[in-house]
Ligand binder design. Structure first.
Ligand code: PMP
Ligand code: GLN
Length: 380
């Protein structure tokens, strides 16, 4: 793998080179609302294509606030800052609250951008392990990671790559410890609407609104990952700190996309419910076919990712070696993501991540290939 290239870029490149089925990088091949595409096209052709306000178009800030209120959160439009994807929201939030000599608590496994962004800010990541199969961290483990240099706890729920969700005890511990030690909670909730079981999404914003930076992404909510429209929601003084960073990171986000995303967030609950059901059906389809083929899978509740346990599936390879071999398989090329890419030390694990946000034909062929690879590597 080329040094410095993300695992997602790397595996998608290999998938293209080998004409493999791509269950690696997380993007859907269905599910975007046509009305939102039309709103974007209309806004490009006939709307404003010059710099929008730095904090975002008023109509999108209002739409994000309304979307949060539908979820029971008391949020005003003034608390919203529109960013160029959740990635920029994360960068701006981390840089706003942590600098040289500071520490930020991260949970392992963690989305690949977190630790590099913390280090770019001059701060150090301090790791707390999430424990499989339910991927929770105890109050004691989190408390043990806090030092006088701690500035923030970065949480991701629902969680990429595991599909886990922070439970009530973990959320309560984070809120209590953050309050006691005067820490900011950076809460990456890009997967808030992609729920595939009946576990509800609970935002730390409901527990500690004065110290939580809630991050969202239209890429996930509207199945338009390439659009890179995200946002930050926080109380006024905290939002102001994030805006100070945002104005020199990207300053703004393309206004036609903001117009279109505002229309998308106003879609009725029925649209989001149907999207959720469609993802759950895709998860069940892939999981069913893989289980029948001898794969051992971990339970999943949110995001469009599913984890498979190589060792329990009879495969003695580490995750990276398996992924490199599977994508290049001449007869059964299929791309997956090794869990080690999300681990602090990058050491091989026995877990791989599969993206199930794919049409039935792709899922069926992906499962057929994974089952063939497994049968060959496991010897039956
Ligand atoms: N955070 C998490 C947990 C993600 O899974 C992703 C993308 N998959 C992002 C942030 C980045 O979101 P965006 O594409 O909006 O920058
Ligand atoms: N977030 C997506 C994933 O987890 C990919 C994002 C990226 O390619 N950087 O697969």
């Amino acid at each position: 793998m080329q040094a410095g290239t993300t695992i997602f870029e790397h595996m998608s490149g290999l998938a293209r080179a080998h004409d493999a089925i791509n269950l690696g990088q997380g993007f859907p091949d269905f599910g975007w609302p046509e009305s939102v595409l039309a709103a974007g096209a209309e806004a490009i052709s006939h709307g404003n294509n010059q710099y929008p306000p730095m904090r975002g178009l008023p109509e999108l800030r209002a739409a994000v606030a309304e979307f949060c209120r539908r979820d029971g959160l008391a949020v005003a439009a003034e608390q919203v800052i529109i960013t160029s994807g959740a990635t920029e929201a994360l960068a701006a939030s981390i840089m706003a609250v942590a600098g040289p000599g500071d520490e930020v608590i991260l949970f392992a496994p963690a989305y690949d951008a977190y630790a590099p962004l913390v280090r770019r800010a001059g701060a150090s990541p301090v790791w707390v392990a999430l424990q499989p199969p339910d991927w929770q961290a105890s109050a004691a483990a989190i408390a043990a990671a806090i030092t006088p240099a701690t500035r923030a706890i970065l949480i991701n729920t629902p969680h990429n790559p595991t599909g886990g969700m922070a439970g009530p005890a973990m959320l309560a511990a984070i809120a209590e410890l953050a309050t006691r030690h005067d820490l900011i909670i950076i809460s990456d909730e890009v997967w808030e609407a992609v729920l595939t079981s009946d576990r509800p999404h609970v935002s730390p914003f409901t527990l500690a609104p004065e110290r939580t930076i809630k991050i969202g992404s239209a890429g996930k909510l509207l199945a338009l990952t390439g659009w890179k429209v995200g946002w930050v929601v926080a109380q006024a003084a905290l939002a102001e700190r994030v805006a100070q960073v945002h104005q020199y990171l990207t300053f703004t986000t393309p206004p036609p996309l903001q117009v279109a995303v505002a229309a998308g967030l106003a879609l009725p609950d029925a649209w989001f419910d149907a999207a959720r059901a469609r993802y759950a059906a895709a998860r069940d389809r892939l999981a069913g076919a893989l289980t029948a083929g001898g794969w051992a899978l971990l339970p999943t509740h949110g995001s469009y990712f599913l984890m498979a346990d190589l060792a329990a599936s009879g495969i003695a390879l580490g995750d990276r070696r398996f992924c490199e071999a599977a994508v290049a398989d001449a007869k059964a090329g299929v791309a997956a993501i090794p869990l080690s890419a999300f681990m602090p030390d990058g050491a091989e694990t026995p877990f791989i991540r599969l993206c199930f946000a794919k049409s039935d034909a792709v899922l069926d062929e992906g499962a057929r290939r994974l089952n063939a690879v497994r049968a060959r590597l496991a010897g039956g």
